[in-house]
Structure formats: structure tokens, C-alpha cells
Design a binder for this molecule. Structure first.
Ligand code: DSN
Length: 436
């Protein structure tokens, strides 16, 4: 049957069809990606995209928001239940937007914060000099250890020393390429000692936190931001949460009442009107659907498998002679330093792409190459676990990755690997048609 989109805009239809085919027939190992359910896809492709709903449920700047309110209230209630949070804002368009609102609520331009170094696993929005966070604010960093028993891991004594030396307004936790869990209680005691706000960006691990597999940050961190995709398996988007809403320490007042806002109110206004206009209600509906899915027992089983698969993948890489940063993983990702293999991250990513294996090049701690080249690759298990792969299949995946990386210029090997991948993809089907 021809769809309306196919009939009316065949160019866009074809591009989407090709992308769906790419997702169906390739091995998706990018640690920040996942595959949403058809229910999530369907909620996103709806007429809710037409509706402006600036403000919050019950307090909008536009009429006709009664159903938008239902959607956003459901999203908020489900998110609170999922993370045991006191307050939530589900409107950020992305993780970066959520983080922009956190900075706006907590810091003044030029003030100092302490975050994880980008080259040690941090994120662009945690103070990179090319991002607003590093341009508007003074970023200081902690990192991971180069050697010793904590090699590749954060040493909390060093975080404390650094915090005492610079006295930051805010301390951030969270990473894009750190495969170990965080010690939130120690971070909080350091934040309390220096009088800093403690903020976690749990974008990568939100699904593993929601299901209790990783440490719970809610009672320790003042503010928690996240994306809603990645391990949480919702639509691309962002969100901010607070475990226990608290008096803001900055004295900012609510315009009408003149009273000091609590932190939730401060963050609400930092999202809108501070950094965004109208929320994307179709995406918020899809977030609500994904949160309901994540509250089901099946999502916990899935999340447990994500972590088991990552551990199996790390072990298999080590057995094949690869240097896994920190010697393993606690979460969904594995970071590999390729320097002993004579390959850059860029070369490895390109070779794997030719074999239909999607990974991303990634800086490794103490990297001597630029972010455009890098010495490492980052691999994650969230997406392929959604398709049903278990530990045995992930060990086979490592053997295929190793085959490619050991034969980067051999097109015969690439063809053979592509066939093996197609066979895996056929055994674990994804989407059966282009449109939801
Ligand atoms: N781009 C995401 C990642 O790959 O980790 C973070 O924003």
C-alpha cells in the first residue's frame, strides 16, 4: 500500500526508507543510540506537533491546551514515578537544552564550575571551550587516573582537592564515555564542603538508573538532567528532575509574589522562557509513552541484559588483546584504546562502517590525538539488546569487529563480515515497514 508520504513527497519517503533499511540491516553499536518501540514512533508522528503550549499544564500562554495538559501531566507523573523524583520538567528539546537551563538557573556568566574533562569521558556541555558552557562559564576539570589501581576511574580524593582549590559554584557529574558507576554520596559531601550545587547529567545511564541497576543519584544530587533516548529508549529529547525540591540558594524571586523561588520553579523558568519557546508536545507524548514502557517489569529485564551484554563485550575484547579503558564496564558502554593495535579511532570507525557496523571514534583518557582523529572507539549495547541479542551474540559481534580491525584494507573480509551481520539482523528483526 502506498502511504500519503510516499505519494506526496517521494524524495523524503525514499530517504526515510533508506534509513530504516540501514537501521534494519546494520549493527548499531553507538552507545548513545537505541531503537524506540512502534508505540513511541506513533505518538511522535501526531497532530500534537501543531499545538503551541508555552508555559506549564494549567498555566499556559495559549488557549486550547486542555489535551496538551493531559499529555504533559502524564509525562511528568510517569517520570516522577520512574525516578522517585519530587519535581520534573519534561520540556527540554534535548540533553544540551536541559543542561543550558541548569546553567542558567544555577550560575552567572563568568562563574566557575567543576566537571569531568571531555577527553576523559565528559560531554561538550560540561565545559568544552567550543560550547556555550565553556564560553560563558569558567570550566575547571577533574579526570580519571592514568595508572595504578584506579586507572581509567575517577579518584574522589582528587575531585575533593580540586574542588577545595577552586571553590566552584556547581559541580557536575556525568559523562558520554565513562564506563564506571559514580559515587554520588562522595560527590555530595564534597559539594557540601565547598558550598556547591551538585548536578548530574545522567543522559547515558538514565535507563539503568531507573531500573535500579546503577547507583541512585536522586537523594544525593541537587539537580539531575538527562536525555530521554539512549538507555531510557524514548524519543530524542531532554528532561530535568529533582529528587527533593529545595530552596534555591541564589535568592531569585518569583516576579508576582516577590518570594524566593524554590529550585524547581527556578528551573521551570530557565527552560521557558529562559532558554526555549514552545515545548514539542508530540515529543512529550512520545516521552510519556516511553516512561510507561520503562515502568514495566520487561524494561528491567532488558536493562539487566544491556549490562550483561556490555560486560561480555568488554571481556571478549580483552581476550582478543584490546585495551579496554578501566579494564571493564559497569554500564552499557565499552571504551577501547586502540593505540596497541596501530589504528586511530577515525580509521577504525571508517573500516567498521564499511562492514555495516556503526560505532564512533572517541577520545580516550590522555589521548595524544585530536578529537577528529582520536585513539579510541566507543561501543554500546543498548540498541542491539533491544533487538534481542544476548551475551553469546555479543561475543560473536566482538569477533566480527576484531576481524574488521585486523583486516582494514581487505574488501573480501568486509564482504564476509557484512554477510554475517545481515544474518544476525535477520535473526533479530527490528522494524517491518517504513512508517509507524
Ligand atoms: N552525542 C551524545 C553521545 O554520543 O554521547 C551525547 O550528547
Amino acid at each position: 500500500m502506498t502511504s500519503i508520504l510516499q505519494q506526496n513527497d517521494p524524495d523524503i519517503f525514499d530517504a526515510i526508507e533508506n534509513e530504516v533499511r540501514r537501521q534494519n540491516d546494520g549493527l548499531e553499536l553507538i552507545a548513545s543510540e537505541n531503537f524506540v518501540s512502534r508505540t513511541v514512533l506513533q505518538a511522535m508522528g501526531t497532530a500534537l506537533t501543531n499545538k503551541y503550549a508555552e508555559g506549564l499544564p494549567g498555566k499556559r500562554y495559549y488557549g486550547g491546551c486542555q489535551y496538551a495538559d493531559v499529555v504533559e501531566d502524564l509525562a511528568r507523573d510517569r517520570a516522577k514515578e520512574l525516578f522517585h523524583a519530587d519535581w520534573v520538567n519534561v520540556q527540554p528539546h534535548s540533553g544540551a537544552s536541559a543542561n543550558a537551563a541548569v546553567y542558567l538557573a544555577v550560575m552567572k556568566p563568568g562563574e566557575t564550575f567543576l566537571g569531568l574533562d571531555l577527553s576523559h569521558g565528559g560531554h561538550l556541555t560540561h565545559g568544552s571551550p567550543v560550547n556555550f558552557s565553556g564560553i560563558l562559564y569558567r570550566a575547571e576539570y577533574y579526570g580519571v587516573e592514568k595508572e595504578g589501581p584506579l586507572a581509567g576511574r575517577i579518584d574522589m580524593n582528587r575531585v575533593r582537592e580540586k574542588a577545595l582549590a577552586i571553590r566552584p559554584v556547581m559541580i557536575s557529574i556525568g559523562a558520554s564515555a565513562y564506563s564506571r558507576d559514580f559515587d554520588y554520596a562522595s560527590f555530595r559531601s564534597i559539594a557540601d564542603e565547598v558550598g556547591a550545587v551538585l548536578w548530574l547529567d545522567m543522559a547515558h545511564t538514565a535507563g539503568l538508573i531507573a531500573t535500579g541497576i546503577l547507583n541512585d543519584p536522586m537523594e544525593h544530587c541537587h539537580i539531575v538532567s538527562t536525555t530521554t533516548h539512549k538507555t531510557l529508549r524514548g524519543p530524542r529529547g531532554g528532561m530535568i528532575l529533582i529528587g527533593n525540591d529545595f530552596e534555591n540558594p541564589f535568592g531569585k524571586v518569583a516576579p508576582k509574589s516577590g518570594r524566593v523561588k524554590n529550585m524547581g520553579e527556578l528551573l521551570d523558568s530557565a527552560v521557558f522562557p529562559g532558554t526555549q519557546g514552545g515545548p514539542l508536545m508530540h515529543v512529550i507524548a512520545a516521552k510519556a509513552v516511553a516512561f510507561a514502557e520503562a515502568l514495566q517489569p520487561e524494561f528491567k529485564v532488558y536493562s539487566e541484559q544491556v549490562v550483561l551484554n556490555a560486560a561480555a563485550m568488554a571481556e571478549a575484547f580483552i581476550e582478543a588483546g584490546y585495551q579496554v579503558v578501566s579494564g571493564g564496564t559497569d554500564n552499557h558502554l565499552v571504551l577501547i584504546d586502540l593505540r596497541n593495535k596501530g589504528l586511530t579511532g577515525k580509521e577504525a570507525e571508517a573500516a567498521l562502517q564499511r562492514a555495516e557496523i556503526a560505532v564512533n571514534k572517541n577520545m580516550v583518557p590522555f589521548d595524544d590525538k585530536s578529537p577528529f582523529v582520536t585513539s579510541g572507539i566507543r561501543l554500546g549495547t543498548a540498541a542491539m539488546t533491544t533487538r534481542g541479542l544476548g551475551e553469546e551474540e555479543f561475543r560473536s559481534v566482538v569477533a566480527l569487529v576484531d576481524r574488521v580491525l585486523s583486516n582494514v584494507s581487505d574488501e573480501g573480509v568486509m564482504s564476509e563480515v557484512r554477510l554475517s551481520i545481515l544474518e544476525i539482523c535477520r535473526r533479530f528483526p527490528l522494524y517491518d515497514s517504513v512508517l509507524a
